[in-house]
Design a protein around this ligand. Structure first.
Ligand code: FAQ
Length: 306
């Protein structure tokens, strides 16, 4: 069978190839959630564009938030190659039938939160997304290559913000530490439920969509981030975090996954606010979509007449 042979050979499935319906559905689910996360993810940082502490910081933050919109665009386009309609995906987001990442339901209380998001949230996103560059579905894997390059820049800018603050006044140091204290555990939850409670992992890995399990990637992120926190001079809020020579990894404390369940079920600190803002932005943008459609129709009519 073509599909199975292709996967066994580590080949890429392309839009016109035959694929099982369940493979298509699993991909649409993940890519759509990923796309939604990118555009909802513009909100927590967008909140700080008008209050960035300098022109340089403002220009960088605007570029970063625009990058997230671009990531949403690549991902919706990748989902559309599977035969779904972008309008329909947005409708599923707006009516709560499709998810977006839990992390974007936390508030950005101070400027240091912009640093913590870049360092921890984009850092976690990179660890999760680099293996997705090798995803068995071609359009998703190729979109991820560009996304990961941009996320690397995002992660560095977050690190640099926190580095500046952690080497600043005592008040700036305290603000940086507070942001890291609030974002550490939610960042670990981005990787999803533990492997034993992850309903999609086994099939997703068998089909080469996910290459590593949720817990493997979470561990990789912890191992990468602890030395970076030391370089920043900031602590991580986990008293059980210590190097385990035997395992060759950091041991860490237990994650409260009931919080993830609560946030994913719509009961996080900012879920209602994020959705209300998104729906309003969509409604306010209706005239732009209508104008673009009218223009496209005119162009098509003109080409037809020529
Ligand atoms: N939040 O069986 P699994 C970014 C859901 S990065 C909400 O383990 P799977 C960049 C899961 O969907 C963030 N829901 O599922 C950025 C499933 O629900 P369903 C986005 C979660 O798919 C940075 C159920 O729980 N990145 O945006 C979460 O095998 C800064 C069972 O879970 C991606 O989406 C969660 N944290 O593994 C932007 C990466 N975790 O569909 C702006 C691609 C799990 O049954 C600013 N996605 N769920 O109703 C993935 O790698 C995977 O989908 C996982 C989950 C690893 C997220």
């Amino acid at each position: 069978m073509f599909f199975e042979e292709l996967l066994a050979d580590d080949g890429r499935v392309e839009p016109r190839d035959e694929m099982p319906d369940a493979y298509r559905r699993l991909l649409v689910r993940q890519i759509a959630q990923h796309a939604h996360s990118e555009i909802i993810g513009m909100q927590p940082e967008g909140n700080w564009i008008s209050r960035a502490p300098s022109l340089r910081r403002k220009a960088i933050l605007m570029a970063k938030v625009q990058d997230e919109a671009g990531h949403g665009l690549y991902l919706y386009a990748a989902a559309e190659t599977l035969g779904v309609d972008r309008e329909d995906l947005l409708d599923q987001l707006h009516t709560g039938r499709q998810k977006y990442s839990s992390i974007f339901n936390y508030p950005t209380l101070t400027w240091a939160d912009v640093g913590a998001i870049g360092w921890l949230v984009d850092g976690a996103a990179i660890v999760n997304q680099v293996p997705l560059c090798r995803c068995s579905y071609g359009p998703y894997g190729r979109a991820m290559v560009r996304v990961c390059k941009e996320e690397s820049f995002h992660q560095r800018q977050g690190f640099e913000i926190l580095h500046t603050l952690s080497h600043g006044t005592p008040a700036q140091q305290a603000m940086a530490q507070d942001a890291v204290d609030r974002y550490w555990w939610p960042a670990l939850m981005m990787f999803g439920p533990p492997d034993a409670d992850s309903p999609h992992s086994a099939q997703s890995m068998a089909w080469g969509i996910k290459r590593f399990s949720n817990d493997e990637l979470r561990q990789r992120f912890i191992d990468m981030t602890v030395p970076q926190s030391e370089a920043l001079g900031l602590s991580l809020p986990d008293p059980d975090l210590r190097w385990n020579e035997e395992r060759g990894h950091y041991d860490s404390g237990a994650i409260d996954f009931t919080e993830l369940t609560e946030v994913v079920s719509g009961r996080g600190p900012c879920n209602a606010q994020r959705m209300a803002h998104r729906v309003k932005a969509h409604e306010d943008g209706a005239w732009v979509r209508e104008a673009a459609s009218a223009y496209a129709a005119k162009q098509a009519a003109r080409e037809g007449a020529a």
